[in-house]
Design a protein around this ligand. Structure first.
Ligand SMILES: [Fe+2]
Length: 281
């Protein structure tokens, strides 16, 4: 199987107000503190947090939350969507979950047909169909983290692929899965997969860095989204720091495969993700 796969069209996971809310919760900054630090009124702040977009208010709040103002304003104006990265050997599977959708990925070596599954989404049947139709050889199932939406159909994969090992971050054990540690390497012919601990959204979240295709690929779960990131349910500070040291150090052309929202690239996120203001001019 060759040629770039047509990826599903998926809207951005988060709106500007979601990013504001995540940063507020992550930094422990209340509306009162925003009022004190921004000089804005409580009413003006409450309105933008509820989705009544206002350029001046959003731009004034951004620096208080260490967000980049112009990227956040572009989200509010709905001006930005990442370009779908063109790459052979990567397919996204987008499945519904109440109130949202979730992504799983199939990545394969077009030459050897060795294939790797990343998460399950809520229904993994389409992944299994592609493996059968393209006669791919499933070698491993890698889980980014164990929030239910990402691993909901694991049993189906384990039944269909009983000899294929399942891997998950050591701090998020799953029945029948082997623990993965930070910097653990997996080599399958020309394809290498490196696990990187990107905890913060979840306690043992792992990003998998795949090399050996035309471009590097990072399957990041909820560590990073196009122009946003997963909430810091364990630690916002850890989530930011891990992304900075383990994802934003990857080459700009690295394809980013998030657990929610569209695929993107490290270069595009440096330019457009409001959570990483240090990369903006
Ligand atoms: Fe999650």
């Amino acid at each position: 199987m060759s040629g770039n796969i047509q990826q599903p069209v998926v809207p951005l996971e988060d709106l500007y107000e979601d990013v504001l809310g995540k940063a507020m919760r992550g930094l422990g900054i209340s509306v009162e503190v925003l009022v004190a630090r921004s000089g804005l009124t409580r009413e003006a702040i409450a309105a933008v947090l509820e989705g009544e977009f206002d350029v001046e208010v959003v731009a004034a709040l951004a620096p208080v939350l260490n967000l980049n103002a112009s990227s956040l304003v572009a989200m509010g104006k709905k001006q930005w969507q990442p370009q779908t990265p063109a790459i052979d050997g990567v397919a996204m599977f987008n499945t519904p979950y109440p109130g949202m959708t979730v992504n799983a990925y199939l990545i394969w070596d077009p030459k050897s047909k060795d294939a790797f599954l990343f998460d399950t989404g809520t229904d993994a049947r389409a992944m299994l169909e592609m493996i059968n139709n393209a006669q791919l050889k499933a070698r491993a199932i890698f889980l980014t983290h164990t929030h239910r939406d990402h691993i909901m159909d694991l049993e189906r994969l384990q039944q269909a692929l009983p000899d294929v090992p399942v891997y998950v971050g050591r701090k998020e054990p799953v029945d029948g899965a082997m623990p993965v540690d930070d910097q653990q390497q997996f080599v399958f012919g020309d394809i290498s997969i490196e696990a990187r601990l990107t905890s913060g959204h979840s306690i043992g979240g792992i990003s998998y860095i795949v090399t050996g295709l035309d471009r590097p690929v990072a399957v990041v779960g909820d560590a990073l989204f196009a122009s946003s990131m997963g909430g810091g349910m364990i630690s916002w500070a850890d989530a930011l720091a891990n992304n900075r040291s383990k994802l934003f150090t990857l080459p700009d052309d690295t394809v980013v495969c998030p657990g929610h929202g569209p695929m993107t690239s490290i270069g595009e996120e440096k330019e457009h993700n409001p959570c990483y203001p240090e990369f903006k001019m």
